[in-house]
Design a binder for this molecule. Structure first.
Ligand SMILES: Nc1nc2c(c(=O)[nH]1)N[C@H]1C(S)=C(S)[C@@H](COP(=O)(O)OP(=O)(O)OC[C@H]3O[C@@H](n4cnc5c(=O)[nH]c(N)nc54)[C@H](O)[C@@H]3O)O[C@H]1N2
Ligand SMILES: Nc1nc2c(c(=O)[nH]1)N[C@H]1C(S)=C(S)[C@@H](COP(=O)(O)OP(=O)(O)OC[C@H]3O[C@@H](n4cnc5c(=O)[nH]c(N)nc54)[C@H](O)[C@@H]3O)O[C@H]1N2
Ligand SMILES: [Mo]
Length: 757
């Protein structure tokens, strides 16, 4: 049995984000994480030039950092990594895999850092200690015998550019492009959808733009929890008089008000800064309609008086304006109101502000990307920005907030299933390999292959994929049927407890730890949401003498698997990561010029973005106006009894890593098996607070899906929309529902019914 330590309660939170609450939240985590000596010293260096780049979110690391440039949740991530708890061979002697599989994510991770390489022993149903040499030799043999096309190399978005580059190279040298990434469940909609309309797969803003905008449209993203350091620029912008408009079904605390923990005045006597001037509580999936309504009013203002649209920009830079305007004209206000759940007056109000704003930034997150028509939702935001030339100039642009700390960078250095995104000629010339030119598996395609028994080998560079994907119940049944599963990991999670026929756990260093190679502590590099590259160095002693770095593990796996090739000296590369950065520069010379020399530049070095310079790398060579395939991003109709389930993160988790049971900013405490629901819907259904109910899936594929034991929490939500936590509710999310352009699972707006039986 896992050790118990928590008490359940529900309360409401009246304080602002940040402030004393965040200091207390951090202290609570420190109690559970039990960080080792020196952890607090590490926090002081966090996100500062020459220091440690936070392994939590991908928000910018500014050139002139605050004295304390970390947030509550970044501190939690670091303290969690630097825990003094250890999950070693003795732990695995005490617990079988079958027993551990019944533990929660929270309990598993609390067992602490993995300390030894481990092999699954089916006879005793236990993970047992092995040596690195034995592990690499045996895994190498099995990978040699494996069918590359049935082999998957997953990356979760944390590993640095060096390990990530080697990982992609290893896959291609082995003969496959099956390189799914957490991005496939996240901002793949951006990589595909934003690229389609402006020719850039990443945001066009840099941090400085937030000092120059006079309006921010903040759509479907929760900064208070998921990118708390963003609250500083939002607060500064609000103080300057910049108008911040939040579009979100939930009234998220971080968007409402913020007390700066760095400001002694605000922490003691001052009032918190109010962030959002306008808050549009859109229905889940209502953003295409909401953004179109705003744009419709902008067009009406232009018709009425002129001077609103940036005609010079539209003429020189845009394509498809007339067709799109005709579609907007033909779209009724009644439909826009019904789908968005907003009044015409509310949308017109924002349109009027937009029409007089000089520089507008569109910020967005999972509320836009995780829908069946997510790419159309991004296009709807871009349509609006283009009307007044709000892309490619100071203080304006499109700013997707990325997830994992290096998820954007992993894509930049070749972790992709799409061969057309890889400079394969250079790989051929430099390494003498024959990279495969067929499209590989993204996450959704991999899971389909898994369920059909076609996926045989899985290597995970971090992550907890069997829990992060949709349809987790079906996935759990299929996972262990694979021939070979290997996880490079820091802590134990549920995916590790679904061993394949041959199964291995390879424990690695965390970013905060020293990475000694040939007597020198190695730096790694990461890319933030603003396409800035930063060096990061760890200084803590490793959690165990048996740990290897991610870079070394990938290199040794590759060496053990691939035929000897003098042009791929894996061991030589590993001894000095500067050599790997030279390779990255040789393969991607435009992005990584003078890589080693520039990586310590304060604020990171910018790898540039053509759309920011109004160079549109789209099919038409221009920025593209797009009429969507559907007005409702969920693709769902209005069926009585059908609810749209939003799955999201609490303030006490990093994806599947659950730090605790407190969703402080939403005033929710206790267990995580819950569903938030509007009091009006509760009354209509005859439900009361704290009652436990089940939810049943209602997808067109006809597969039965159910999660029971969910506590009802009355919450301010639009009618027909309910919310709860990822990953607990993932069994309800159908694999068959994903963004049509990018395959990103539609984990917002999941169709469900209440099951009161
Ligand atoms: N502390 C912490 N930080 C994190 C993470 C974490 O788990 N914990 N995860 C990291 C990762 S990988 C990612 S991708 C990011 C995720 O960061 P976010 O993009 O903020 O992701 P979510 O928590 O899923 O919340 C999305 C927001 O969208 C809103 N929303 C839901 N449906 C809709 C809709 O249809 N329309 C609109 N307009 N809004 C909607 C929700 O109410 C919520 O506020 O955060 C990263 N940072
Ligand atoms: N329903 C629903 N599902 C979702 C989402 C949602 O909003 N709703 N969000 C999706 C999104 S945006 C994402 S990004 C995915 C996340 O999916 P993943 O990236 O696969 O999941 P994580 O929970 O981030 O992975 C945590 C595990 O990574 C390992 N780990 C932690 N740190 C390190 C490290 O430094 N190195 C290595 N090698 N391993 C490490 C630990 O073993 C830990 O248990 O989930 C997606 N799934
Ligand atoms: Mo993500």
């Amino acid at each position: 049995m896992p050790p118990a330590d928590r008490d359940a309660q529900t309360s409401s939170y009246d304080g602002p984000v940040g402030g004393w609450g965040s200091a207390k939240g951090m202290a609570a985590i420190a109690r559970v994480a039990r960080p080792g000596p020196g952890a607090f010293e590490t926090l002081r260096r966090q996100n500062k030039p020459g220091g440690l780049m936070c392994s939590s979110c991908a928000w910018a690391k500014p050139p002139n950092p605050h004295v304390v440039e970390f947030c509550e949740n970044g501190a939690k991530a670091t303290l969690w990594d630097l825990t003094s708890a250890r999950c070693g061979p003795a732990f695995f002697r005490d617990h079988t895999v079958t027993e551990l599989a019944t533990w929660s994510e929270y309990d598993l991770e609390r067992a602490g850092r993995l300390t030894h390489p481990l092999r699954y022993d089916a006879a005793t149903d236990r993970y047992v200690e092995t040596t690195w040499d034995a592990a690499f030799t045996q895994i190498g043999r099995e990978l040699q015998a494996a069918d590359p096309k049935a082999t998957t190399f997953y990356a979760s978005g944390k590993a640095g550019l060096e390990a990530s580059f080697l990982y992609g190279l290893f896959a291609r040298a082995m003969g496959h492009n099956n390189l799914p990434d957490s991005s496939n469940m996240c901002h793949e909609t951006t990589s595909v959808g934003l690229k389609e309309v402006i020719g850039s797969p990443v945001g066009t803003c840099v941090l400085e733009d937030f000092d120059h905008c006079d309006m921010i449209l903040h759509v479907g993203q929760n900064p208070g929890t998921n990118s708390p350091r963003m609250l500083h620029p939002l607060q500064q912008a609000a103080k300057r008089g910049c108008c911040i408009v939040a579009i979100n079904p939930l009234r998220e605390k971080g968007l409402l008000e913020f007390a700066n923990p760095q400001s002694a005045w605000q922490m003691t006597v001052g009032a918190p800064t109010e962030i959002a001037d306008r808050y549009l509580q859109v229905r889940a999936g209502g953003d295409i309609a909401a953004l179109t309504g705003i744009a419709k009013h902008v067009l009406a203002l232009e018709k009425a008086g002129g001077g609103v649209l940036d005609h010079a920009f539209l003429d020189a830079h845009c394509h498809g304006l007339q067709d799109w305007m005709a579609w907007v004209d033909a779209t009724d206000w009644a439909d826009l109101e019904q789908v968005s759940g907003l009044t015409r007056a509310a949308m017109e109000g924002i349109g009027a502000i937009y029409a007089r704003s000089k520089a507008v930034i569109g910020v967005y997150g999972m509320g836009l990307t995780q829908h069946v028509h997510g790419s159309d939702a991004i296009a709807a935001l871009v349509n609006l920005l283009l009307l007044r030339g709000n892309i490619g100039r100071k203080g304006a642009g499109c700013s997707p907030v990325r997830g994992h700390s290096n998820v954007q960078g992993q894509r930049t250095v070749g972790i992709t299933e799409k061969p057309e995104l890889v400079p394969n000629d250079r790989l051929r010339d430099l390494f003498g390999i024959t990279p495969p030119m067929d499209e590989g598996w993204n996450t959704t395609v991999f899971v389909k292959a898994l369920l059909e028994g076609r996926a045989k080998v899985f290597l995970g560079l971090g992550g907890n994929l069997a829990r992060a994907v949709p349809d987790t119940d079906r996935v759990a049944e299929a996972w262990g049927r694979m021939d070979l599963t290997i996880h490079v990991a820091t802590r134990l999670n549920r995916t590790h407890l679904m061993p394949g026929r041959s199964s291995w756990l390879l424990p690695c260093l965390v970013r905060a730890e020293e990475d000694m190679q040939d007597g020198t502590n190695q730096q790694v590099t990461i890319e933030d949401s603003f396409s800035h590259i930063h060096g990061s160095i760890g200084k803590r002693g490793p959690a165990s003498p048996h740990l290897l770095s991610e870079t070394a593990i990938i290199a040794r796996l590759a060496e053990a698997t691939l035929p000897v090739n003098p042009r791929m000296p894996w061991d030589h590369w590993t001894r000095d990561y500067g050599r790997i950065r030279d390779l990255i520069e040789a393969v991607y010379p435009d992005d990584f010029r003078d890589f080693n020399a520039r990586m310590d530049q304060p604020g990171g070095f910018y790898r540039g973005n053509p759309a920011r310079d109004r160079d549109w790398q789209t099919d038409s060579g221009k920025a593209q106006f797009t009429a969507p395939a559907a007005l409702d991003a969920t693709g769902l109709g209005r069926d009585p009894g059908l609810y749209r389930l939003i799955t999201l993160r609490s303030n006490d988790q990093f994806n599947t890593t659950v730090y605790g049971m407190s969703d402080r900013l939403r005033g929710i405490e206790g267990d995580r098996m819950l569903v938030m629901m509007s009091p009006k819907d509760m009354a209509a259904e005859g439900l009361v607070a704290e009652q436990r109910i089940a939810l049943a899936g209602d997808a067109e594929d006809g597969i039965a899906r159910r999660v029971a034991g969910l506590r009802i929490i009355p919450y301010d939500l639009p009618r027909g929309c309910i919310a709860g936590y990822f990953p607990e509710l993932n069994p309800l999310s159908p694999l068959s529902r994903a963004d049509l352009a990018s395959d990103t699972p539609a984990t917002k707006g999941i169709p469900v019914r209440l099951d009161l039986a």
